[in-house]
Design a protein around this ligand. Sequence first.
Ligand code: 5RP
Length: 227
Amino acid sequence: MKSTGGSDEAKRNAGESAAAAVEDGMVVGLGTGSTTAHAIRAIGRAVDAGLDVQGVPTSFQSRQLAREEGIPLTDLDSVSTIDLAIDGADQFAGAHLIKGGGAAHAREKVVDNAASRFLVVADPSKAGERLSHPVPVEVLPAARTTVADDVHMLGGNPTLREAAHKDGPVVTDNGNLVLDCAFGEIRSPQELADDLASIPGVVEHGLFVGMADEIHVGTDDGVEIHE
Ligand code: 5RP
């Protein structure tokens, strides 16, 4: 798993706080990343103790961890609703997020958006007044050059994400590539989201505009919940 800012204790406090919102009978979206992993482990312990839930994973990583933790799994085709989704973020500003540090944002957006309630888990290093983190953009491999040209036209600086333990680029769970696109401070997240979504060859971008219902920000001592 990639490592990001924030202490493990802060991530644990955030993840366990969100996991406490899971109730008997719920279908729960299981996000990706080191903070959400704490929530998945906490849900696993609750399942061991008798909680009846079904999880909808957002990535290979979250599926694998949920299976190890004994959480019964399902998929979007098999359920009529997702009651709650829990997922991490690379940056948050109000209810706006940038996600995709784990290259899982395409499935994450589908699951998080389908949920009746979306809880974000984060440590204080992810907070911003305005979004400014590079925006991950998942692209069809054949479109990486044309999408990069269009991102330049929008004022962004795209970088193909390279794998850490493989020669060559990161390949997503969907078989695509990721361009990390730096735009500096993003003054209008909705406008940029619309512009990125309209580029042919873009599968999904990591701007989650106004999507968070609650943000559980863990610290070494506890958790603050932003609603
Ligand atoms: C994966 C994500 C993650 O949720 C995001 O990168 C945060 O991860 P972490 O909790 O490890 O900091 O968007 O695509």
